[in-house]
Design a protein around this ligand. Structure first.
Ligand code: PLP
Length: 457
């Protein structure tokens, strides 16, 4: 695949033109402004209002296929299990289901979502450090492909539940290889101090224990070292080399190993990062695990969904403070939390072809929520913007809508899918009534007294 990557000499932000050039699904039309595939985004904003998430089906397909091709070309027998938590919209899942994707899930809710969209439980891996008993029962009942167990305690729990149900649970061990993925602290998962996985030193003994337990069929080894990994494939290589060593040790003990789950985490360029292409990841897998001749699994989330989405927002006003221009949008941290949570950089593009060519000056891009953290960008080169002008946050397809909240009693934004020249609302904007609909006031709380009559003057 290898999308072109914007180069930013001297560390400057990429220009609007660079951002668009690096994203095959985006185009700036001289009349219609910014297009996602063939659909003018201002038309979606007019029809649905803002803030609105818009996803490109073509991008989801293109990226899924690029990954598929990279694995196939490397001669790897690997299945792709899309990490549902990156974007669990039914329509997004359906696009990937029709491509033949399996799923990686971290809750029974996600399993319901993937099955409803057409991804079979038999192609789904259940990850996560805290699977609850009823979730394990549900997943076993649906015929889950594999559990990735993260602790000795969890293995005992799965064993007890599965033998009680008279079934065998397919279980892989998620091993923590103690490598530094070189990503943001909040999304690094493969260090010894992280809560994830089983310490490398304990893995072999635990795997042997697993083989002796009723209700458990040992499947293999899994790992996932972090997210938004952009420092090449060195960390992957290191982690997979450790897995290979572990698997050889297990095989030498006569323990069955049926497949290896390589996790997700491949990064995308938000600004000027140069993440490894899928061919490099496939090469790292081949070099470290290829000789074992075992089926492999991959759990990409962000790499598939991130570049497929934008978040549309309208300018409420520009506020000129002392030495600082604030562009206040109707989108906020409750919609897109990545800048507040991970100091993430997202491209911000005006939708208007005129604005995109106008002279720029630095501005802070903020939302209306009552937190200083509600800042999307600082000192961003933007043209002067008027109330009602539209902008798009780029690469908002992963860890965007799924992480939104209704903080400040702001309804959840609408979601739209674009496919070629077609578009459709896949989730209408939450209404103010829906925000209040499921709340109750206990009847033992006093009614509000009638307002006193205003004193006669
Ligand atoms: C989040 C997660 C993924 C996907 O991570 P990305 O960075 O989105 O590719 C894969 N596997 C597990 C176990 C995860 O928790």
């Amino acid at each position: 695949m290898a999308d072109p990557i914007p180069t930013a000499p001297d560390g400057a932000d990429p220009s609007f033109a660079d951002l668009i050039a690096a994203r095959p699904s985006l185009k700036m039309d001289a009349l219609d402004g910014l297009l996602l595939e063939e659909v003018p985004l201002h038309r979606i904003a007019r029809e649905c209002g803002t803030p609105t998430w818009v996803y490109s089906a073509g991008t989801l397909r293109r990226r899924y296929r690029a990954l598929r091709t990279a694995l196939d070309d490397a001669g790897l027998a690997a299945t792709i299990h899309y990490a549902t938590k990156a974007n669990d919209a039914q329509a997004v899942l359906r696009v990937l289901a029709t491509e033949g994707a399996g799923a990686d899930i971290v809750s029974a809710g996600e399993l319901r979502a993937t099955m409803a969209a057409g991804i079979p439980a038999g192609a789904t891996v259940f990850s996560g450090v805290g699977k609850q008993a009823e979730e394990i029962v549900f997943a076993l009942g649906q015929g889950i492909f594999q559990f990735n167990a993260e602790s000795a305690e969890e293995i005992e729990m799965i064993s007890a539940i599965a033998s009680g149900m008279g079934v065998e649970a397919p279980v892989s061990l998620r091993v923590n290889p103690d490598v530094d993925a070189g990503t943001h602290a909040k999304i690094t998962t493969g260090r010894a101090e992280n809560k994830f996985g089983i310490a490398f030193e304990d893995a072999a003994a635990l795997y042997a224990r697993m083989a002796s337990l009723p209700g458990i069929r040992p499947i293999g080894i899994a790992t996932h070292i972090g997210s938004q990994i952009t420092g090449g494939v060195a960390a992957y290589r290191e982690a997979y080399a450790r897995l290979a060593e572990l698997v050889r040790g297990l095989q030498a003990q006569g323990l069955p190993v049926r497949r290896i789950d390589c996790g997700g985490g491949l990064g995308i360029p938000y600004r000027d990062e140069i993440p490894a292409p899928p061919e490099a990841l496939a090469g790292a897998i081949k070099a470290t695990l290829g000789d074992l001749g075992l089926p492999l699994m991959l759990e990409p989330g962000r790499w598939i969904a991130g570049p497929a989405g934008v978040l549309l927002a309208s300018v409420i006003l520009q506020k000129q403070a002392v030495n600082r221009r604030f562009v206040v949008l109707d989108a906020a941290m409750n919609d897109l939390i990545r800048p507040a949570m991970y100091e993430a950089w997202h491209g911000v593009l005006p939708l208007s072809p005129v604005a995109a060519k106008a002279e720029t000056s630095p501005a802070d891009v903020v939302g209306p929520v009552c937190e200083s953290g509600d800042t999307f960008a600082r000192d961003r080169a933007l043209p002067m913007l008027d109330p009602g002008d539209l902008v798009a946050f780029l690469d908002a397809g992963a860890y965007g809508a799924v992480m939104s909240s209704t903080y400040n009693a702001r309804p959840l934004a609408a979601e739209v899918l674009v496919d070629g020249s077609r578009h459709a609302v896949i989730r209408p904007r939450q209404t103010p009534e829906e925000l209040l609909a499921h709340q109750r006031i206990p009847d033992w709380l006093d009614a509000v007294p009638a307002a006193p009559e205003p004193a006669a003057s």
